[in-house]
Design a protein around this ligand. Structure first.
Ligand code: SF4
Length: 64
């Protein structure tokens, strides 16, 4: 699985970082930065949760 972040629609809400700071960070403008783009194991569940919680639908999880 691969995390894809659309930085054009990210509104910097930070929900993804709160969900899993190992997978996501934010740059100085608050825009999402994906730290680990290919989650494995339980990190896939975290990534799924972040996709669900993102208020701007900026995140998606796609099959490799
Ligand atoms: S939760 Fe969504 S809108 Fe908020 S920082 Fe993460 S990707 Fe951006």
């Amino acid at each position: 699985m691969r995390i894809v972040a659309d930085t054009d629609v990210c509104i910097g809400a930070g929900q993804c970082v709160l969900t899993d700071p190992d997978l996501f960070d934010q740059d100085d403008d608050g825009t999402v930065v994906v730290l680990a783009g290919s989650p494995e194991g339980e990190k896939v569940d975290s990534a799924r949760e972040a996709v669900k919680l993102c208020p701007s639908q900026a995140l998606s999880l796609v099959a490799d």
